[in-house]
Design a protein around this ligand. Structure first.
Ligand SMILES: [Zn+2]
Length: 299
């Protein structure tokens, strides 16, 4: 047995398998919250079989069967076809883009109208055609990539509401149901209210485990420090006119844009610099970029 183990240790796929194990099962792994933390694990057979390293052996065999030299393959990502499913031979392929490319998370590719396109391109395209997505490009990426939403949902679902469903241990469940379930099993720390867990996860974008299991901060009853915003305060092209009623716990402000249009914006997005105008800034930038491109083409 030890011979086999030793043999596999030097196999080019050995490290890959270890990385997958880490992402899926080790809460200390820096990518865990995107994988194990949201129920993405190794689907049981054949890669998930622990006895006698059968899983590892099967994984190495799969690797050997993939086209290309080991040297080439080592540069490729193992991509899951269905983002909501775990690791298994029928859900994985070696992606032809290089690891480096993939690590530039901004450049995520999506299937759109039957083509593979950059998410940012798709987003810009929609804005230009007047079909404004419901959230920022960044938020859409987060939903698509981290939360495993479909592209359509990621772009056009309005910001989250209370009965939002999320992936939890491989199942799509209501956030409220998960909370209630953990609560009845005594796993939620004392004094961690539903609302706080909800805010941690949806608004502050904490990893799911931390949102449910981290001790609440009791110093002032609320973790979200209340930030004072004065009327007339400026964020990019937007000037605050007045604070509105909260929407799902989010603080909302009525603003007026330099171009004259009014805009209702969420405080968090204003402060993060993710909303800087009524939308005219982005449109101006696109127009400029297109004009420049035309000029360069000599049209
Ligand atoms: Zn404007």
């Amino acid at each position: 047995m030890s011979n086999i183990t030793h043999g596999l240790r030097s196999h080019p796929a050995y490290k890959r398998y270890q990385h997958i194990l880490g992402r899926c099962y080790n809460p200390n792994d820096k990518a865990y919250h995107n994988y194990g933390g949201r129920g993405i694990v190794i689907e049981h057979a054949p890669w998930g079989v622990v006895e006698g390293h059968a899983g590892l052996i099967a994984f190495c065999k799969w690797w050997d069967a993939q086209p290309g030299t080991d040297e080439d393959k080592c540069r490729l990502m193992i991509e899951r076809d269905d983002n909501n499913r775990g690791y298994s031979p029928d859900n994985c392929h070696l992606d032809t883009r290089t690891v480096q490319n993939r690590n530039q998370r901004r450049n995520i590719r999506v299937r759109y109208k039957g083509q593979s396109r950059l998410l940012t391109e798709v987003y810009d395209d929609l804005v230009l055609r007047g079909r404004d997505p419901a959230v920022s490009c960044q938020a859409a990426r987060h939903r698509y990539q981290q939360l495993g939403w479909s592209l359509r949902d990621a772009l056009f679902t309005p910001p989250l509401t209370r009965d939002s469903r999320i992936m939890y241990h491989g199942k799509l469940k209501k956030f409220q149901d998960i909370y209630d379930d953990l609560k009845t099993h005594g796993k939620i720390p004392d004094g961690l209210r539903y609302k706080v867990a909800y805010q941690r996860y949806f608004m502050q974008e904490w990893p799911i485990r931390d949102a449910f299991f981290k001790e609440p901060d009791r110093r002032n009853g609320s973790e979200a420090r209340r930030i004072t915003i004065k009327d007339g305060e400026r964020f990019g092209r937007l000037v605050i006119i007045q604070e509105l009623d909260k929407v799902d716990g989010r603080r909302m402000f009525m603003c007026i844009c330099d171009c004259g249009k009014s805009k209702i914006a969420q405080l968090k997005l204003l402060r993060d610099g993710r909303v800087k105008s009524c939308g005219c800034l982005h449109k101006d930038m696109l127009r400029e970029r297109h004009a420049k491109a035309r000029l360069e083409r000599g049209v």
